[in-house]
Design a protein around this ligand. Structure first.
Ligand code: HXC
Length: 515
């Protein structure tokens, strides 16, 4: 064959492979608001930067007439590209080809690009849209999943791993996203479950739709399996870009530095956010926005366990992870879900060299049989473990209440915060003045002529003595009591001087966190 003929043969082969599952399947995909796999990759990456590999990979299955089927690229697109100026590895399952089901060669393509990502130390983005294990390939598809899970675990804490659920993600397939760092879902498009509605109906006789069982809202609000919720695929892609701008490319790097920008102080006046009445709630996100660059805060798991707020912002151009109790929801208590949510985020920041700021305002752990039986001891311990283990700069600001176990858990100096600051409104005590007075002055209150008067008196007595930051400051548990308007300045300095901190941990293979 002459050179020209060989080139046109290549082009024809490429055209055939690029057709995906054909016009009918593509039309079906689009009718439900979904882009095709290749369109998704192109929409996420910087323009004209996608380089595809393994386009000509074919499945080798023979059973169930598979030897007669041509599945272009075996139903998954893999490659590398540039995302906001940095290299990434990416793959997207193509639902138009055998439902994006995962056969052995399909899995080989994914594990190959994962291996590249780990070797090249760049993030890996996986777009999931699949009917799960390719039934015709039996144990080989299960083997393929196992190989992916192993690599997810190996890559954990080394390179950022991002999962985008843009279709079904059923059965054991959900465990790859669950092992990754950030899971993105889109309303009415994403569906994740271990056993689908059919199996549930057969085994348990319960009827439920796919959406109610494992739709985007369920995973964003109830299960906490997803980290970012979007109304459309394009909104989801913008969220990915925004996240990527905040995180380092691998665990040996720092996140990109941005130009320094002050907060929007006209809109967010730090001195006016916290109400004077200590029982009044407020939105702690406004405190974060009053502190951080350009008041830009990327909240993670916004809809899940909203009693704690986590996310990224910048201080003087550098990425910082914020963890803050949210007095607007359940008074900002810690419970099973909020402990899990914060603990995982702390471990992410620690793995990727992101300094952390903790804002404290909570009455403690949520009491109740539900919480005790749901394992609040085990889950709450994750937070203690994550903060204690983290060696990145850890700065804490106590805004208002810091009672009991909550005081310790929210990155107190005892868990080795590098600096703890408190606002004059801080109340650091074993419990709130009302509860404390009722217990320690019980006899005086009961025997008083007017118990209500006496209770008020004793509550005030307790508040004066303990519900302030000065007792903790007198012991050196608080490094400085600061005017709220000084918070940004104090944080920037504290982080700057902590950047070269060194912590010598005992020699061990790894600890055993209360998973
Ligand atoms: C092979 C599959 C497939 C699968 C879908 N297809 N799932 N082929 N293996 N797992 C094929 C269909 O035969 C069809 O092929 C095409 O993909 C599109 O599927 P439809 O059913 O027409 O699409 P839709 O109506 O949109 O329904 C999507 C779906 C459904 C809900 C995902 O296909 C479905 O329930 N699939 C099976 C899901 C499942 O139980 N998977 C196994 C999970 S167990 P044609 O040729 O007609 O276009 C698992 C174990 C992993 O994954 C364990 C790892 C540890």
């Amino acid at each position: 064959m002459a050179h020209q003929q060989k080139t046109s043969d290549l082009k024809k082969r490429m055209r055939d492979a690029l057709k995906g599952g054909g016009d009918k399947a593509i039309k079906k995909q689009k009718a439900i608001g979904k882009l095709t796999a290749r369109e998704r990759i192109i929409a996420i990456l910087d323009p004209n930067t996608f380089h595809e590999y393994d386009l000509f990979v074919e499945h080798a299955a023979k059973d169930f007439d598979m030897d007669k089927k041509y599945l272009p690229g075996d139903g998954v697109i893999t490659g590398t590209g540039i995302l906001i100026g940095h290299p990434v590895c990416i793959y997207a399952q193509d639902f138009t080809i055998a439902g994006g089901s995962l056969g052995w060669m399909h899995s080989k393509k994914i594990t190959k690009i994962m291996d590249h990502a780990l070797k090249l130390k760049v993030p890996i983005i996986g777009i999931n849209d699949s009917g799960g294990a390719r039934i015709q390939e039996g144990v080989n598809s299960l083997a393929g999943y196992g190989e992916i899970f192993y690599r997810n675990t190996q890559a954990s804490g080394v390179i950022p791993q991002i999962s985008v659920i843009l279709g079904p993600c059923a059965g054991g397939a959900v465990y790859s996203p669950a092992l990754t760092d950030f899971v993105f879902v889109v309303d009415k498009i994403s569906k994740m479950f271990i056993t689908g509605p059919e199996v549930i109906k057969t085994v348990l006789g319960e009827e439920i739709s796919m959406e109610e069982l494992g739709g985007a809202k369920i995973h964003s609000e109830i299960t906490g399996n997803s980290h970012f919720y979007a109304e459309s695929e394009m909104e989801c892609f913008d969220q990915i870009k925004s996240l990527i701008s905040f995180i380092p490319w691998n665990n040996m790097k720092k996140a990109d530095k941005f130009p320094k920008k002050g907060p929007k102080t006209r809109k967010y006046k730090i001195e006016n956010i916290i109400p004077t009445d200590p029982k009044q709630p407020y939105d702690v996100r406004n405190v974060i926005k009053a502190i951080c660059d350009d008041s830009e805060f990327l909240e993670i798991q916004k809809q899940f366990a909203a009693n704690i707020v986590i996310g990224f912002a910048r201080l003087n151009g550098d990425t910082v992870g914020f963890v803050a109790n949210q007095p607007n929801v359940l008074a900002g208590v810690l419970d099973v879900d909020s402990s899990d949510k914060a603990a995982r985020f702390i471990r992410y920041c620690d793995s990727f060299n992101i300094p952390m700021v903790t804002l404290v305002d909570l009455p403690g752990y949520l009491p109740g049989v539900d919480q005790e039986h749901a394992g609040v001891i085990r889950h709450g311990a994750k937070l203690l473990y994550a903060y204690s283990e983290a060696t990145v700069p850890k700065i804490t600001v106590i805004l208002r209440k810091a009672y009991g176990g909550g005081y310790i858990a929210m990155c107190s100096s005892h868990l080795k915060a590098d600096f703890v600051f408190a606002w004059p409104s801080a109340e650091i005590a074993v419990m709130g003045p009302e509860g404390a007075a009722n217990i320690i002055f019980k006899k005086e209150i009961m025997s008083a002529e007017n118990p209500d008067e006496m209770r008020k008196k004793k509550v005030n007595e307790y508040r004066k003595k303990f519900a302030n930051p000065y007792v903790a400051a007198a012991y050196g548990y608080v490094d400085a009591v600061i005017d709220p308007v000084e918070t940004r300045k104090m944080l920037i300095h504290a982080i700057e001087i902590s950047l070269n901190k060194e912590v010598i941990s005992p020699n061990k293979k790894h600890g055993i966190p209360p998973f």
